[in-house]
Design a protein around this ligand. Structure first.
Ligand code: FAD
Length: 449
């Protein structure tokens, strides 16, 4: 007689956040037979893609008591990935009739896509909107594995204190700004802000603006502002010290090396020797991981932007599988990666997929840290993946028994990356990877009708 398979276990799981990560987590957990409650402090799904013209009262977002505005999206933002590449694997991000048909669409189109995803898989029925999770802690001191989740429904002021078998953290990591350290800044008289609080270029009319950063936000926002400001200067930490380049196609946009210091008279001195009188410094310097609600007695810490220890950037060995994180890796194609992480977590919780022992997971993490150190990669880049994301995705897919990343998606990501760097003004409207688009559409025909 064939051995009988042990039945899969179903658990009661709390998911924190209904952005792109929380939505797909809810879908995969339910698909695997778990019961799910999603906590979302906003009124609707979509997380960072819910554009608002509100900004935080503290333009640098450093005051811990400030009212938090979740979204960092600005009015003219278009995606920096082509829609074929960006969408979930089995729910393609195709153009909708009446929607923004562009290949690199606006933020509103991404929000509409996520809303459609939630509707298609009936995820809203398990979401508690306007409900903020305030505390997540082990339910008992003895370590039963269960979690106490304390939340407040903001409108009705209802507080809940509940116990769940497992918690999946999907709270996003683009709200707690990182700032550049600038010698002399405390007595500099100009205005400072973080790109988290940037929405439109009009307030910068006739001003001299310095943006700090080399990332997508600095590239895009500098161009957005250049149409209105008197001068725009971009300072990048990784630019060589003598960098001073006028951006082709612009009369008022320059690239510089990093700021050396700022002075009481309002001037900014760059490492390249240039001195300029400046009205506004905008930090486009990224964000920090932040889990203000999470109490793990030191089992998970954030140290110089390394969240750890986390096995494969998801499970803290000490608390696995009852606590997990989706969306920690960066410099990735987020939605498909979230999807694979979600499938893995769902399968591990049900007992269909096995995790290694706690010791083996720790060994794996130590070996990752050792490799990074040997390569001279700083701690804060622990979760930066870039090209390594595809090997990671394929590893997850193998665990889950599903196909890995499609070849066209990999190639499209790489091709777009090159074009983004070489032609930042035009890469969203001109491209040559038509053969990859056809391959994507062929795959999509499996999922769309
Ligand atoms: P989020 O979208 O931030 O969602 C987290 C959710 O958790 C939010 O709804 C929040 O309200 C909720 N939450 C947080 N804390 C609590 C709590 N305590 N209680 C209850 N709810 C809580 N990705 C791309 O693929 N393509 C792009 O072109 C692209 N452009 C980007 C541009 C900008 C400016 C930014 C900031 C990001 C961009 N990204 C892009 C990355 C983007 O963040 C991810 O695509 C993805 O949307 C992140 O989803 P998430 O669910 O992890 O986080």
């Amino acid at each position: 007689m064939a051995p009988s398979l042990s039945p899969l276990r179903s658990h009661h799981v709390a998911v924190i956040g209904a952005g792109a990560a929380g939505l797909v987590a809810a879908r995969e957990l339910r698909r695997e037979g778990h019961s799910v409650v999603v906590f979302e402090r906003q009124k609707q799904v979509g997380g960072t893609w819910i554009y608002t013209d509100h900004v935080e009262p503290d333009p640098l977002s450093v005051d811990p008591t400030r009212p938090v505005v979740h979204s960092s999206v600005y009015a003219t933002l278009r995606t920096n990935l082509p829609r074929e590449c960006m969408g979930y694997i089995d729910f393609p991000f195709v153009a909708r009739s009446g929607g923004d048909q562009r290949r690199f669409p606006s933020h509103g189109e991404v929000l509409a896509y996520l809303q459609e995803f939630a509707k298609e898989f009936k995820i809203e029925e398990v979401i508690r909107f306007e409900t903020a999770v305030e505390r997540v802690a082990p339910a008992t001191e003895g370590g039963s594995g269960k979690w106490r989740v304390e939340s407040t429904e903001t409108e009705k002021r209802v507080r809940r204190d509940e116990v769940y078998d497992a918690v999946v953290v999907c709270n996003g990591h683009y709200i707690e700004p990182r700032l550049a350290e600038i010698p002399g800044i405390s007595s500099w008289p100009g205005k400072e802000m973080h790109s988290h609080n940037y929405r439109t270029p009009e307030p910068f009319k006739d001003q001299v603006v310095v943006l700090i950063g080399n990332s997508a936000s600095a590239v895009d926002i500098s161009r957005d502002i250049a149409g209105h400001a008197k001068e725009v200067h971009v300072a990048g930490r990784s630019n060589p010290a003598d960098t001073y380049i006028k951006q082709p196609g612009y009369i008022n946009l320059w690239m510089h090396s990093m700021i050396e210091r700022v002075n009481k008279d309002g001037s900014v001195v760059f490492q390249n020797g240039q001195t300029i009188l400046v009205d506004v410094i905008m930090h486009c310097t990224g964000y920090k991981y932040h889990f203000p609600f999470l109490e793990t007695n030191g089992s998970v810490t954030v140290d110089d932007n390394r969240v750890g220890p986390l096995y494969k950037h998801v499970f803290p060995p000490e608390l696995a599988p009852w606590l997990s994180f989706i969306g920690i890796p960066w410099q990735v194609v987020p939605f498909p990666l979230f999807e694979l992480q979600s499938k893995w977590i769902a399968g591990v919780l049900s007992g269909r997929i096995m995790l290694p022992s706690k010791d083996d997971m720790m060994e794996d993490i130590k070996s990752l840290y050792a490799t990074l150190e040997a390569q001279g990669i700083q701690k804060r880049y622990t979760h930066r993946m870039g090209i390594a994301q595809f090997e990671y995705n394929d590893w997850l897919a193998t665990q889950c028994g599903c196909p890995g990343t499609e070849e066209w998606r990999k190639e499209m990501y790489l091709t777009t990356g090159v074009r983004k760097r070489t032609t930042p003004e035009t890469y969203r409207d001109e491209w040559e990877d038509h053969h990859l688009i056809s391959q994507a559409s062929q795959d999509f025909s499996l999922y769309t009708h």
